[in-house]
Design a binder for this molecule. Structure first.
Ligand SMILES: Nc1ncnc2c1ncn2[C@@H]1O[C@H](COP(=O)(O)OP(=O)(O)OP(=O)(O)O)[C@@H](O)[C@H]1O
Length: 301
């Protein structure tokens, strides 16, 4: 995806300032600041309980913040806000015995501006399912229907809460393509996810949350470049480096890892020290590495 530094985001569609939410003694969201530029796809990443859904619900105007401000186009949220946004919930209770087409018609009746159903059906690949009862849809088909319902009022800003959780790999990839199509149409997207590959595939910028706080926010590439050297060379932890090994080594997941900007130097040193390189691996650091470094644990617990 295109890389846009936050410095370029002069125009802001949605802004959260020092946003907090307490439930009794628990601080679920702690002085969160973020801003969404028009047209970008922004991802909130974090482990279970990090505060992603609470943040999303406040930004959707569903949950009252304990303190802080939310501005849409630099104005506090107004009564009309729901007409400008679309929300895809993890689960939406739809009345029983409605066809896909009935569901779309029902939701369309709630808004003053709506996308023609044929356009929506085409965008969300629902054309062949319009007469099917919604209870009989597969997981992937159901997600496409929920997305279509969220898009029915042609929102400027779309909220997706863990949109691909529970989908099989093929359905996830299809859904990612759909989200790219929606974004290409100019819709700004804010999504939460547990999946690093989803964030890397879809998001222009991300915020990594833990314990209600944003630890970092920027483009995935900038965050990775800030935290790591360009490559990670790894060997099984069982390999002997011998005395006098000169480079810093990290051990995790059964591997010895060396961060380096100079892979050739590491390879030469390994040869010099007569290290067995049969199972050597060279890769670029990714969001999973970043997450582990920032939070001390892996995203999927
Ligand atoms: N209505 C509520 N009442 C009390 N505590 C709540 C409420 N909603 C959320 N919490 C707590 O706030 C914290 C943040 O929860 P939240 O659902 O926002 O996290 P999350 O990052 O979305 O997690 P997950 O990935 O599991 O959905 C958690 O400790 C949760 O138990």
């Amino acid at each position: 995806m295109g890389e846009r530094s936050s410095a370029h985001n002069a125009r802001t569609l949605l802004r959260a300032q020092e946003l907090s939410k307490r439930f009794g003694d628990l601080v679920a969201v702690d002085r969160l600041n973020l801003s969404l530029a028009p047209g970008e796809c922004f991802g909130l990443l974090g482990p279970n309980g990090a505060g992603k859904s609470t943040t999303l619900e406040m930004l959707e105007g569903i949950l009252e913040p304990t303190s802080g401000k939310i501005l849409f186009k630099e104005r506090p949220l107004f009564d009309d806000y729901r007409h400008h946004i679309g929300i895809q919930f993890q689960a939406t209770a739809l009345p029983e015995h409605l066809s896909v087409s009935d569901c779309l018609t029902l939701f369309a009746s709630l808004y003053r501006t709506t996308v023609p159903l044929t356009e929506l059906a085409q965008l969300c690949r629902l054309e062949s399912l319009m007469d099917q009862q919604h209870q009989t849809l597969s997981g992937g088909q159901r997600q496409r229907l929920l997305l279509a319902l969220a898009l029915i009022n042609r929102p400027q800003l779309l909220f997706l809460d863990e949109p691909t959780t529970g989908l099989d790999p093929q359905a996830r990839h299809n859904f990612w393509q759909l989200i790219r199509d929606v974004r290409a149409g100019g819709t700004t997207i804010l999504l939460t996810t547990h999946y690093m590959d989803e964030a890397e595939q879809l998001c222009d910028r991300i915020a990594i949350m833990d314990h209600g706080r944003v630890l970092r926010q920027d483009t995935p590439a900038a965050l990775i470049a800030e935290a790591f050297l360009s490559h990670i060379v790894s060997l099984p932890a069982s390999v002997e480096l011998g005395p006098g090994w000169p480079l810093p080594v990290q051990q995790r997941n059964g591997l010895l890892e060396f961060q380096t900007d100079d892979v050739n130097q590491v390879l030469a040193l390994l040869q010099q020290h007569r290290v067995d390189v049969t199972s050597l691996n060279i890769r670029r650091p990714n969001l999973e590495d970043l997450f582990l470094t920032l939070t001390g644990h892996q995203l999927r617990s």
